[in-house]
Ligand binder design. Structure first.
Ligand code: 4AD
Ligand code: MG
Length: 431
């Protein structure tokens, strides 16, 4: 008898198959038992009627509890009325283990309880849908770069030089060499790789000791970062538009079923087409002040400011030309205006806010040394990075996209905590 995964059950209509999985739910009319079985690839309603299976098989129904593991045999029936299009007429059930008091029942649970049980919560159909969309998003991102002939270069997680800012570092003692930091970004290494390979990207976990408890912050998140030699920030923004459009449209195509099950408004995603909107930081500040924000020129946008701006348009919005003082040391000063840098943040619509940060990098040795000193960063740790400005420096730019914020936006989730299998946040290290 063929063993089959539920997602492929359509290939086995009228045949007898074996399915291995877990009991999701059950109900009975007395004479007919219905078992909803999941196997990780999907769910199928399985039916048995008294008298049509041996009594011993029929009676296993009473023993089965939610999340008990089992193997079943049955005949696949196509049924247009069944929620998933197919049903299984059971012929045999073999119990692997009876689960005792599975804590997550079909009733409503609080978020804290569900987060404490994240290792089990992942079995729910909603979490299954989110993780499948995440999988498609990541695959789309990798495919985009692969097809454009960008090379994947893996950057280190244990690092000696601070990538973004000294304020959100996780530190650890590194043998006799002093402190090591968990990478906040792969960017500095990306710049070295761009000088070696031209166009490249890295994809990996990054770490920020963010004390903020918001719906947008994790302490460990995944970032895709591209870096391109001979790109100025205008080229950089164009690439970001193409990238985001590609990812959203492809995921819309591949994950429609999951997005519908998450009740995502697909028409909103269909509108994510180039060109995106643009607004200078100066204009953004004016708009925010008119709309009641307390923000002053010079500071980075707060979460609420981003929400206001991200609600203005249906497409993503680039905010560009931020003040030098609120951005990282490596950004190139705008040659027309020394108080701002050649950078942009991309805000996702529907209030989601920043999903990408990008900039043209300072390619001048002296000006970069000065910025490192201004930021009171240890010059020694950047000797290798400064070498890139000594040996064949060129204009170059890049960006970093936060995977979890992108998953939240595409899935339409209110909070980032459900976008990653095991979230790390200020008050959460387990499971
Ligand atoms: O804007 P950020 O800090 O940019 C960089 O790290 C650059 N070095 C990227 C580059 O140019 N190569 O972070 C980039 C993105 C943000 O736009 C956001 O989507 C995400 O990373 N991000 C976070 N996501 C979840 N939790 C956090 N604490 C995040 N911090 C940043
Ligand atoms: Mg940023």
């Amino acid at each position: 008898m063929p063993f089959c995964y539920i997602e492929e059950i359509g290939k086995y209509v009228s045949q007898k198959v074996t399915i291995k999985g877990w009991l999701y739910n059950k109900r009975s009319s007395g004479k007919i038992h219905f078992l909803l079985i999941r196997d990780g690839t999907g769910m199928i309603q399985s039916v048995m009627s008294k008298g049509e299976v041996p009594d011993a098989v029929f009676e296993t129904y009473d023993k089965l509890t939610q999340e008990s593991s089992l193997e079943v045999d049955g005949v696949v029936r196509e049924d247009k009325r069944a929620p998933r299009g197919y049903e299984l007429t059971l012929t045999d059930i073999r119990i692997i283990q009876i689960a005792q008091d599975y804590p997550i029942t079909p009733k409503e649970h609080g978020t804290d309880f569900l987060m404490d049980n994240r290792h089990l919560w992942l079995r729910s159909s909603r979490q299954q849908a989110i993780m499948r969309v995440r999988n498609e998003i990541i695959y789309a991102m990798r495919t985009f770069f692969y097809e454009k002939r960008f090379i994947l270069i893996d950057t280190p997680i244990l690092t000696g030089s601070i990538g973004e800012t000294a304020t959100t570092l996780f530190e650890t003692q590194y043998f006799d060499l002093g402190k090591a930091y968990l990478a906040q970004t792969g960017q500095l290494y990306n710049e070295a790789a761009a000088m070696a390979f031209g166009r490249m990207y890295c994809f990996g976990p990054t770490f920020r000791a963010e004390k903020s408890k918001t719906r947008r912050h994790l302490t460990e998140f995944w970032m895709v970062e591209a870096e391109m030699a001979f790109y100025d920030n205008e080229d950089n923004m164009k690439l970001q538009e193409e990238f985001i459009e590609y990812v959203v449209q492809r995921v819309l195509d591949k994950s429609k079923k999951e997005l519908v099950s998450l009740e995502r408004d697909l028409s909103k995603l269909e509108k994510i087409r180039r060109p995106f909107e643009r607004m200078s930081y100066d204009e953004a500040i004016n708009h925010l002040k008119k709309n009641g924000s307390k923000i002053e020129w010079g500071s980075d946008l707060g979460g609420e400011d981003e929400t206001i701006l991200a609600n203005l348009y249906e497409k993503p919005l680039f905010v560009y030309n931020y003040p030098r003082q609120c951005k990282a040391f490596y950004m190139k000063p705008n040659p027309q205006r020394a108080d701002v840098v050649l950078c942009s943040d991309l805000l996702a619509p529907e209030g989601y806010g920043e999903i990408v940060g990008g900039s043209q990098r300072d390619d001048d040795y002296d000006s970069l040394v000065q910025r490192i000193k201004e930021e009171k960063l240890p010059l020694d740790a950047y000797k290798w990075y400064l070498d890139l400005r000594k040996y064949g420096t060129v204009i170059h730019s890049g960006f970093g996209l936060g995977v979890e914020r992108t998953v939240a936006w595409i899935c339409g989730l209110p909070h980032i905590r459900e976008t990653i299998p095991f979230p790390r946040m200020i008050y959460r290290l387990y499971p």
